[in-house]
Design a protein around this ligand. Sequence first.
Ligand SMILES: NC(=O)c1ccc[n+]([C@@H]2O[C@H](COP(=O)([O-])OP(=O)(O)OC[C@H]3O[C@@H](n4cnc5c(N)ncnc54)[C@H](O)[C@@H]3O)[C@@H](O)[C@H]2O)c1
Length: 228
Amino acid sequence: MMKTFYIKGITGNSSIYIAERLQNVNKYLPDVKTIIITDEIVKKYYSNDFPDCPVITISTGESIKTLATVESIYRQLIDLACDRQTFILAIGGGIVCDIAGFVASTFQRGLRFGFVSTTLLSQVDASVGGKNGVNFDSYKNMVGVFMQPEFVICDIDLLNTLPKEEVANGFAEIVKHALINDYSMFEFIENNKTQALSLDSQIITKLVTDSIRIKSGIVQKDEKEAGN
Ligand SMILES: NC(=O)c1ccc[n+]([C@@H]2O[C@H](COP(=O)([O-])OP(=O)(O)OC[C@H]3O[C@@H](n4cnc5c(N)ncnc54)[C@H](O)[C@@H]3O)[C@@H](O)[C@H]2O)c1
């Protein structure tokens, strides 16, 4: 069952669609030139399901979340004759979305953008809050902006190709959300952890939904909360 959350932020509104499919992303795209930003691994697995648009591909790993990568994307956008009407669609995990959101928010003073979140961590954490940015020197997330994506699609089926440690990464964030905010969610996790870690789609959909509900509540109260 698809579930939608609406975030009303001071930097714009965002709709988060849980259990929607990458194959349906066309439904959410405006009728303008659209550029996809993704990484090599996500492209390898899912390019067949991408909408028919030019694709900018970055490599992977925290070390590429830099201004140099941002600059290389700006150059490709210029080569693709993008202008202020262009829409940016990020398809990837937290790294792709953080970089693409920053690029979109700054190129020609800001383009419209949306995300398809492909990792568990980006679905439960990075999808909500409108934080976009990159690392600088040895400082994590030192340079960035707050700007809400117009939509975030959390396609649960994409998680099946995630390496185990990436599932564990997102799961840890889910446990953190439960521990801080919701004892009954924590009990649910205790009783269903094996199914959750093996990505049982009903269980994981519930946990992603609960996490997003919690985080969107926090963001609504304090969009620019301290820390990261
Ligand atoms: N903006 C925010 O609010 C926010 C919140 C949390 C984390 N973050 C940022 O997110 C980053 C981490 O994000 P992440 O954990 O998603 O890591 P990531 O984007 O590096 O993805 C992890 C790995 O999984 C691969 N991958 C992605 N989707 C896949 C799929 N469906 N199947 C197979 N492989 C796939 C990626 O190519 C990558 O190698 C950090 O830089 C962190 O600062 C941002």
